[in-house]
Design a protein around this ligand. Structure first.
Ligand code: ATP
Ligand code: MG
Length: 392
């Protein structure tokens, strides 16, 4: 197990000034699992101001001073550095009333959620594991640090985090922890939707998403009653957020889906794509190039591709590749004629032009006409009299 050089350097810089610093949390867990961590968090005995002083010369940003967190950029890598912390209070089930700083690493580790997330690592002193995290990691078990009921009452988000880690790491949940999270599930109602969203999005991408959603349905129904209507399994869907969300809401109408996603504060683009996937989930489709072009026209390349992956349509996906590779026309902007061409042909300026262009595009999408200027102009000319007549 080894920290990257910039991390070692960071720890040295802090320790040269007489403080104590460790890599902590998710990165230690991931390193022990043999996975490359997405990001590295550090804990330090120094107060934020002391950290900044000690790192003199390194760019440091205040990210969450109230919680004792600053972000330092070392050799191009951003690292969150948080002062050893204690928490107390939690009268609202989601935020500690009081955050205190401490000079003791083990106190800091004891406030962390699960044993596998409560380890620290030092390049020379090695692993600090006060709660049996390494053993639980070996046995692939999620277990609260301390007494589970109290920990979930302190911060109910931990209930969902537990299910998220179970899904993502493929870890079982230790029995007392499991009982406690089921017992206190209603407390999830107190948690801000943005925080639920962040954990839920990671959960549905996990390898065990299907099992977890099924086994812990009553927990999900606390903040997502729609979860009970789900009709298709997530396991066969690619691990992409929008596709998996569409899977979660299979069985809901597009309107119900949109309302649920809005409640969890998903962004507009995600909501639009997911509801489109729902809308087109069962529409009968041909498997030829024409069909593929019409889908690209209707939904745009990106959403069309997502839909076809969602529906598992390998033939049509191949046609999308062809369309992309050959730059086949699927939109007005790709048509070989434009409004000016039609005006030059003698079309009167006005609505008739747009109508004619759209009609040409439909013929091209239908593959009854090739996207060639000459051919398109000839067709447009043959319509001219009729269109002029319609304008009057
Ligand atoms: P990921 O790899 O998904 O980022 P992570 O374990 O790093 O997983 P974070 O949400 O980034 O998860 O949190 C970093 C660390 O902070 C955790 O490993 C854990 O020790 C601690 N932590 C985070 N949220 C909580 C919480 N709600 N209660 C207690 N400890 C927490
Ligand atoms: Mg993290």
């Amino acid at each position: 197990m080894e920290l990257p050089n910039w991390g070692i350097k960071l720890i040295r810089r802090l320790e040269e000034k007489g403080f104590e610093a460790y890599a902590v949390g998710g990165c230690v867990r991931d390193m022990l699992l043999g996975k490359k961590p997405e990001d590295y968090d550090f804990a330090v005995s120094a107060l934020p101001d002391e950290t900044k002083q000690a790192l003199n010369g390194v760019p440091v940003f205040d990210t969450g001073l109230r919680h004792g967190t600053v972000t330092a950029v070392v050799d191009g890598h951003a690292a969150e550095i948080t002062t050893y912390r204690t928490e107390s209070g939690y009268s609202d089930f989601r935020r500690p009333d009081k955050v205190g700083f401490t000079r003791s690493l083990s106190e800091d580790l004891s406030r962390r959620d699960f044993t596998v997330n409560a380890m620290a690592f030092h390049p020379e002193r090695g692993l600090v594991d006060c709660f049996g995290g390494k053993e639980d990691l070996k046995n692939r078990i999620l277990k609260c640090v301390g007494e589970p009921e109290r920990r979930f009452r302190e911060d109910a988000l931990r209930i969902l985090r537990c299910l998220r880690f179970s899904s993502a790491l493929e870890f079982a949940i230790e029995e007392d922890t499991r009982q406690a999270l089921l017992k206190h599930r209603e407390l999830l109602k107190k948690i801000a939707p943005e925080r639920l969203q962040a954990e839920f999005s990671k959960l549905i991408l996990g390898e065990w998403a299907e099992q977890v959603l099924t086994e812990y349905l009553p927990v999900f129904q606390v903040f997502l009653p729609e979860a009970g209507q789900r009709r298709s399994a997530l396991s066969w869907l690619p691990a992409e957020k929008k596709l998996r969300l569409a899977g979660v809401f299979s069985g809901c109408t597009p309107d119900e889906t949109a309302r649920a996603l809005e409640r969890l504060r998903y962004d507009g683009k995600t909501i639009r794509t997911v509801t489109t996937l729902e809308r087109y989930r069962q529409v009968p489709l041909e498997t030829d190039r024409r069909q593929a072009r019409k889908l690209v026209f209707l939904l745009g390349m990106e959403t069309a591709e997502e839909l076809l992956r969602f529906r598992e349509e390998p033939e049509l996906l191949k046609w999308l590749e062809v369309i992309r590779g050959q730059g086949l026309c699927c939109s007005l902007s790709q048509l070989s004629v434009n409004g000016e061409d039609l005006i030059r042909l003698g079309y009167p300026e006005g609505k008739g032009i747009g109508k004619a262009l759209n009609r040409l595009l439909q013929l091209v999408l239908d593959e009854t006409l090739e996207n060639q200027k000459e051919l398109l102009l000839k067709k447009a000319k043959s319509w001219m009299k009729l269109d002029c007549w319609q304008q009057k």
